[in-house]
Design a protein around this ligand. Structure first.
Ligand code: PLP
Length: 379
């Protein structure tokens, strides 16, 4: 199998698995316990808090463990909307957010909040003037993703944060795709809240975190026990958190070299597709995108049909994000970039990681070439 869907999820790193296993059988104490055995679990997750904080220039007490990106996004948006409802009810986001943000905004709209969805240019980047112009007296939150999951476009986060802070507005970013794939410094980049998810960087599924800057106080989202300083109840996913800590250590140590390796392989894949297959279009920016992301439209065919044929060749790809696959109607992200018709229908996303090789890329190009020709011949 050749796995080119790393934006959907990544395999757990062997060292992450090794770090997690003792917390499932031998070291199973509940971190809330007050005997030594349980305190070891508490110490383990607090160590991870320090590791994550160090990776983004935050303080350990600013890191809150969650069940992943979706929960972190929901908490950031609903929590701030609830906390600041007397100050205002206007939220600014973009048209290309993940559904964890978009559908949360739609939920808030039904409860009387007003949401502005900023447009993006044909490379998937927002316009800062549009952002400034959309700020109102009652704007309480700006939520703009760091990097897009479908086309990999990277937003000017530092400038967005500056604009938010100049207007005294809280700035949340969904960094689920960006964390450990690009450098993030929450202080330098003016980020107040940041979502991340462990399974996107070689950790386990069902685990993530929300960075909440000291002084920012979203309403409690999960009610119950006193875990996570009393603001996110529920027995901690200790093995998941320990694994996430290990994944962060590994990801951080190798980030620079991984970026270069993945980007070179992605550029090689695109070069060959562009030069050897007629009528293809790159979706998103040529240079300013996540290193492993390639999103290509093969004009005249259905991306979904190509995906199925590649699957029969043992190659895993995506025709949208994992969460929109099967929904039909075409990707909201590609539409926001201005794609329609053949370009929208013929899109295929390939997301690479360090486990992939150049030899795999050669096989992938060969299979895409043959399958695209077959599909086009059959029209
Ligand atoms: N935000 C973005 C940008 C994503 O790509 C994803 C998952 O694909 C999520 C949020 C949701 O994360 P999770 O799968 O951890 O709930």
């Amino acid at each position: 199998m050749i796995y080119l869907d790393n934006a959907a999820t990544t395999p757990v790193h062997p060292d992450v698995l090794k770090a997690m296993l003792p917390y499932l059988d031998k070291q199973y104490g509940n971190p809330s316990g007050i005997y030594e055995f349980a305190e070891k679990s508490k110490a383990a997750i607090d160590e991870v808090r320090k590791i994550i904080a160090g990776s983004i220039n935050a303080k350990p007490e600013e890191i809150y463990f969650t069940s992943g990106g979706t929960e972190s996004d929901n908490w950031a948006l609903i929590g701030m909307a609830e906390a600041l409802k007397d100050k205002g009810r206007h939220i600014i986001t973009t048209a290309i957010e993940h559904h964890a943000v978009i559908n949360t905004c739609e939920y808030l709209k039904q409860r009387g909040y007003d949401v502005t969805y900023l447009d993006v240019d044909n490379e998937g980047i927002i316009n800062l003037k549009n952002l400034r112009d959309s700020i109102r007296k009652d704007t309480i939150l700006i939520s703009i993703m760091c990097a897009n999951n479908e086309v990999g476009s990277i937003q000017p986060i530092k400038s967005i944060g500056e604009i938010a802070h100049r207007n005294n507005i809280c700035f949340h970013t969904d960094a689920v795709q960006a964390y450990l794939h690009t450098q993030i410094d929450v202080k330098k980049m003016n980020i107040d809240m940041m979502s991340a998810s462990s399974h996107k960087f070689r950790g386990a599924k069902g685990c993530g975190f929300l960075y909440i800057r000291d002084g920012i106080k979203p309403a409690v989202f999960m009610h119950g026990g006193k875990q996570e300083s009393g603001v996110r109840a529920g027995t901690e996913n200790v093995h998941g958190i320990v694994g996430m800590g290990e994944a962060v250590k590994i990801g951080l140590k190798n980030m620079s070299k991984n970026i270069v390796y993945t980007r070179n392989m992605r550029d090689y894949l695109w070069y060959r597709i562009e030069h050897e297959i007629p009528n293809v279009m790159l979706n998103g920016s040529r240079y300013d995108r996540l290193p492993g992301n390639l999103n290509v439209s093969f004009l005249g065919i259905e991306g979904q049909s190509l995906l199925v044929m590649l699957d029969m060749d043992g190659i895993c790809t995506s025709s949208g994000s994992a969460c929109t696959a099967g929904l039909g109607g075409g990707s909201h992200v590609l539409k926001a970039l201005g794609a329609s018709g053949d370009r929208l229908k013929g899109a295929l996303r390939m997301t690479l990681d360090v486990q992939n090789t150049m030899e795999e890329m050669d096989y992938v190009v060969w299979r895409i070439k043959e399958n695209v020709a077959t599909l086009r011949d059959n029209i």
